[in-house]
Design a protein around this ligand. Structure first.
Ligand code: CDP
Ligand code: MG
Length: 141
């Protein structure tokens, strides 16, 4: 099915720098539907679950320390090919390499603290959104 959902997390620096509206606005302008939106202080446990595929990598501890215990914004977005569309809007992992016009390309410069997380596949979406949202929060409107 072409219409699909994806999971996004605005990292703490996005909130601290006042870019919640800026980033949400880009998703809305593209035509993505905001199915869920939640502000939460990210526990270390949930941070470790979200990034479990990176456990053991050199940047892992730094990554967890950048997000754990701090306020984040969690979102489920819906639209045609939403997973790849959102990854394109977000831009390359390293903001120094991300194209101008993308969220990371325009608003970030640090690698670990790169403003935003987005699921990279249907499997990642399934695994990641369940860390933060329950079944009854997934109804559409
Ligand atoms: O976030 P994205 O899917 O683009 O990248 P990833 O390869 O899944 O890595 C997850 C996160 O780890 C990145 O968003 C960066 O915050 C961090 N990272 C890092 O600090 N140094 C690297 N060499 C690679 C990733
Ligand atoms: Mg990733």
């Amino acid at each position: 099915m072409e219409v699909e959902r994806t999971f996004v997390m605005l990292k703490p620096s996005c909130i601290q720098r006042g870019f919640i509206g800026e980033v949400i606005s880009r998703f809305e302008k593209k035509g993505l539907k905001i199915i869920q939106l939640k502000v939460e202080k990210l526990s270390r446990e949930k941070a470790e679950k979200l990034y479990e595929v990176h456990r053991g990598k050199p940047f892992y501890e730094n990554l967890i320390n950048t997000v754990a215990g701090k306020t984040v914004v969690l979102m489920i977005l819906e639209g045609r090919k939403a997973i790849s569309v959102v990854r394109k809007l977000v831009g390359a992992t390293d903001p120094a390499e991300a194209e101008a016009g993308t969220i990371r390309g325009d608003l970030a410069i640090e690698l670990t603290d790169n403003l935003i997380h987005a699921a990279d596949s249907p499997e990642s979406y399934q695994r990641e959104h369940r860390i933060f949202f329950s079944e009854d929060e997934l109804e559409t409107y």
